[in-house]
Design a protein around this ligand. Structure first.
Ligand code: ZN
Length: 117
C-alpha cells in the first residue's frame, strides 16, 4: 500500500490486507513504532489476525474475537498499563479509520499521530 493501492499479504492468514484500517503495519507506523522505510520491509498482518495488539482496540466498529493465552491477555496486565495501552492503540486505530477516508489528500509522512511530548 505504500507505493500503490495493492495490499500486502497477511503473514498470519495469507489473505490480502485490503484496507489501511485493517493493517497492523500502518497501525505501527501511525503510532511511530516503525519508520516509513520499514513499511515496505516488515511483514504485514490484519489487525484481526494480531490479537496481542488488537485486544487493546476499544472501538465499537472494531470486532475481533480475542482468544489469548493468559500470559498475553490484557486482563492479566496491571490496570494502569492496560488503560495506557488501550488509549494509545485505540487512537492509532481511529487514525487509520480517518486515513481510510482522507489519505488521498495526505502524504505518507503526515500519517502518524502527532504527539504532544
Ligand atoms: Zn490475516
Amino acid at each position: 500500500m505504500a507505493h500503490c493501492d495493492e495490499g500486502y499479504l497477511c503473514q498470519v492468514c495469507g489473505e490480502e490486507v485490503k484496507r489501511i484500517d485493517q493493517s497492523l503495519l500502518y497501525l505501527r507506523y501511525v503510532l511511530g513504532w516503525i519508520s516509513v522505510e520499514q513499511l515496505t520491509k516488515q511483514p504485514e498482518a490484519h489487525l484481526q489476525c494480531s490479537p496481542a495488539i488488537a485486544q487493546f482496540i476499544v472501538d465499537p466498529e472494531f470486532k475481533c474475537p480475542i482468544d489469548l493465552e493468559s500470559s498475553l491477555n490484557k486482563h492479566e496486565l496491571d490496570a494502569g498499563f492496560r488503560t495506557e495501552r488501550e488509549n494509545l492503540i485505540t487512537a492509532g486505530y481511529q487514525r487509520l479509520k480517518y486515513l481510510q477516508k482522507h489519505r488521498r489528500s495526505l502524504t505518507i509522512t503526515q500519517y502518524p499521530i502527532e504527539r504532544n511530548q
